[in-house]
Design a binder for this molecule. Structure first.
Ligand code: PEP
Length: 255
């Protein structure tokens, strides 16, 4: 399959950064820089920024996402936000299973699956994060880890629903550390994830699914990473908070 048949997605993960005013300012800076993008562009922002971010992005090619959602529709889950709530205010994308959620907030493959299910049931597009720890890579079990994370996260997800799933391969040791996986490592692991999709859903689904790389992707290394056959764009943390850097990554994915 020609890689060009998959449309790359560059998504920013703002994490716990930017007040609503700052969010509007950053979006206004980003918009003109990505107007000609030949890939999909998303900014995943803190919950409190969603309304103003969607308003600021209206009429542009920048789409807005959230950084997490709960699996229940409503109820006694203090501090949580449901997929139904995100859908109700017009949010399009949601990141699920980010390693920081797994590391600091007790997220497991099983709760990731529950959140994925809820997001799909509410018509959201999911950016599903998987990736190994440093010790797991050094121990030679990266493929095993991403296989399990992918399989469990996608339990009870149909082939048709896969159209609303993007997988972001994010080696945990590369997130926010300045250490980037080599283009070979990213391509290889993304290929292993594509193989899992092939086993679960068949070749057509595997050829079509968008698999991003994430982990210290920046204006300097994006070209090489996104040029790889199995790397369909990126999930970008730090560099998504600087409009010119984010735009340079979008440009690399548009080639
Ligand atoms: C992320 O948070 O998903 C991420 C990839 O962060 P960074 O680009 O800062 O490594």
């Amino acid at each position: 399959m020609d890689k060009k048949l998959r449309r790359a997605v560059i998504a920013g993960n703002w994490k716990m950064n930017k007040t609503p005013d700052e969010a509007v300012a950053l979006i206004n800076e980003i918009k003109p820089l990505i107007a000609d993008a030949d890939c999909d562009v998303v900014a995943c922002v803190p919950y409190v920024d969603l309304f103003v971010a969607m308003e600021a992005a209206r009429g542009s090619n920048l789409k807005i996402g959230a950084e997490n959602c709960h699996w229940a529709e409503k109820g006694a889950f203090t501090g949580e936000i449901s997929a139904a709530m995100l859908k109700a205010i017009g949010v399009e994308y949601v990141i699920i299973g980010h390693s920081e959620r797994r590391q600091y907030f007790g997220e497991t493959d099983e709760t990731v699956n529950q959140r994925v299910r809820a997001a799909l049931d509410n018509g959201l597009k999911v950016i599903l994060c998987v990736g190994e720890l440093k010790d797991e890579r050094l121990g030679g079990i990266t493929e095993e880890i991403v296989r399990k994370q992918t399989k469990v996260a996608l339990a009870n997800v149909t082939e048709a629903e896969l159209a609303n799933i993007i997988i972001a391969y994010e080696p945990v040791w590369a997130i926010g550390t300045g250490l980037t996986a080599t283009a070979e490592q990213a391509d290889e692991t993304n290929g292993q994830i594509r193989k899992v999709i092939c086993e679960l859903y068949g070749k057509d689904a595997a050829d079509k699914i968008v698999i991003q790389y994430g982990g210290s992707m920046n204006a300097g290394n994006a070209d090489e990473l996104v040029a790889r056959y199995n790397v369909d764009g990126g999930l970008i943390g730090g560099a998504s908070l600087k409009a010119p850097d984010f735009a340079a990554i979008v440009k690399a994915a548009s080639k």
